[in-house]
Ligand binder design. Sequence first.
Ligand SMILES: [Zn+2]
Ligand SMILES: [Zn+2]
Length: 118
Amino acid sequence: MATKSTSAGGDGKQTKIFTCSLCNLSVDYHYYGKKPPFVKSLMLLEDCYVMKDPFSSTGGLITLGGTCSQCGSVVCMSPDCSLFYSKRFCLPCVLKQQDQFPAEIQQEVSRKQVQDNR
Ligand SMILES: [Zn+2]
Ligand SMILES: [Zn+2]
């Protein structure tokens, strides 16, 4: 905690990088949590990695990803990497516990697997 590694900046504007552990998508993010301070009256359903929408002047945001509720992996919002079913699950965890999910999710996931194997 006491290390002073950087001399540049110091105004709290350091860049934080979100990296998806599955597809290696890597993007700057501004906030991690449920209530982004730059969007008023918004409560996300889960702790998310959030960036400000650069094209929005009204405080839009882009959710980049979240943390798998099972294994703690950082995963992006891409349907190939994670899905949200009351909590966020990374695809490997969904595959491991497919029978815990409703049939439509199982179908979706198994369809992806077929595509991947070709
Ligand atoms: Zn990803
Ligand atoms: Zn997981």
